[in-house]
Ligand binder design. Structure first.
Ligand SMILES: Nc1ncnc2c1ncn2[C@@H]1O[C@H](COP(=O)(O)OP(=O)(O)OP(=O)(O)O)[C@@H](O)[C@H]1O
Length: 362
């Protein structure tokens, strides 16, 4: 099997399991994003691939080759670590050249390869500068160039855009996607930012507390999350989670009742409601089917292209991103009717986080 294969990998530190039986494949020549909150285990997983840590169990393969048989320094994997720690006393050229010097490459080759990487990352004009003379974004480009220098079939990038302002991140995201295509390489890219993950990913892996809770096409993970934690972790503004309980063939929530078929799921259920699934209704109109009710507008955040509206209902604050024409004239404190069509809602067994089979989820 080509690409990166992670099979049944577990890792503990001092008896505390930080990766629990992780399996996935990054197909060759694709960009796969590993997304998860801080401490999920993303860095540890990438460090296992490059050989900075050793797994307790499981196998890691690249293009069919078991990585444990290859010395860490010889693995054909480029690595952009999270803390890119450039040497402050070395020029940009020497920082990028450092791994090649360690490999005792010939001076001519070093110059050629550094120039090549600098051209790709558009930092040629910075080569003579010291890190202290660079902006945050420029430092990041230098770190990426250094990671890309290796003749590698795969690259792992650990949250390479963390801490940059949004505009720069957007630009670098596009550049990294182009760069991957130019290199024709396999990328595994870790981030804790779910919007970055959705923007970057061909394929999306969601890691939560050392467990893989989603693995699939980014769009599918967003619209039909395979686990409650994936619904909660992917998307901004955050997904609303409505507590419910099974009563016969129904899931009863404080906003109404949904049909739920018999399954192995427990009686405590959670309904995931994306902010854009909440519809504000014109005055006097009541929801016909699905969930809904009357809420007081708690807060309106204008994000430019869209507005986030916080709706207070007894015991619950819902986050909504209504259609633009629905919010015209809306004011804080006002009462509004809202509806949540049931057809697109995902429902989960609260105890396990797994989909409550069938139900209203797609
Ligand atoms: N060498 C180590 N010794 C002990 N614990 C470690 C070690 N490396 C990582 N951990 C622990 O493993 C867990 C996962 O860490 P990891 O750095 O992989 O998280 P992460 O998902 O990359 O988070 P972040 O987004 O904050 O970088 C954390 O609880 C961390 O403290």
């Amino acid at each position: 099997m080509s690409g990166i294969v992670v099979r049944g990998v577990s890792k503990s530190f001092k008896g505390r399991r930080v990766l629990d039986d992780i399996s996935f494949i990054v197909p060759p020549d694709s960009l796969c994003v590993l997304c998860g909150p801080p401490h999920a285990g993303k860095s540890v997983l990438l460090r296992l691939l490059v050989g900075l840590e050793t797994p307790d169990a499981g196998a890691l393969l690249l293009d069919g080759l078991p990585l444990e048989r290859i010395e860490p320094g010889d693995r054909p994997i480029g690595y952009v670590p999270q803390s890119f720690a450039l040497f402050p006393h070395l020029s940009v050229f020497d920082n990028i050249a450092y791994p090649l010097r360690m490999q005792r490459a010939a001076p001519g080759e070093i110059t050629r390869r550094v120039d090549e990487a600098a051209t790709l990352l558009r930092i040629t004009r910075l080569l003579a500068k010291l890190p202290s003379q660079l902006s945050g974004g420029e430092k990041q480009r230098v770190a990426i160039a250094r990671g890309m220098l290796k003749r590698a079939r795969a690259f792992v990038l650990d949250d390479p855009l963390v801490g940059l302002d949004f505009k720069l991140r957007e630009a670098l995201m596009d550049e990294l996607k182009d760069l991957r295509a130019v290199l024709g390489a396999t990328f595994l890219y870790a981030t804790s930012d779910s919007l970055e993950a959705l923007a970057m990913a061909d394929r999306l892996l969601v890691l939560d507390a050392g467990r893989l809770v989603a693995d699939g096409d980014a769009d599918a993970v967003y619209h039909a999350p395979p686990h409650l934690r994936a619904a909660e972790l992917i998307g901004f503004p955050r997904c609303n989670v409505l507590p419910g309980r099974r009563e016969g063939g129904a899931c009863v929530t404080s906003l109404g009742t949904l049909p739920v078929p018999e399954s192995g799921a427990g009686d405590a259920l959670s309904v995931a409601v994306r902010p854009e699934q909440i519809m504000l209704l014109p005055p006097g109109m009541q929801p016909v089917r699905g969930l809904g009710g009357v809420a007081r507008v708690g807060l309106i955040e204008n994000l430019g292209a869209e507005s986030v509206v916080y709706l207070d209902v007894p015991g619950l604050r819902l986050v909504a991103v209504p259609a633009n024409d629905a919010i015209a004239g809306l004011e804080v404190g006002q009462e509004v009717s809202f509806a949540i069509p049931s057809a697109e809602l995902a429902m989960f067994d609260t105890a396990t986080g797994r989909p409550a089979a069938g139900g209203a989820s797609r």
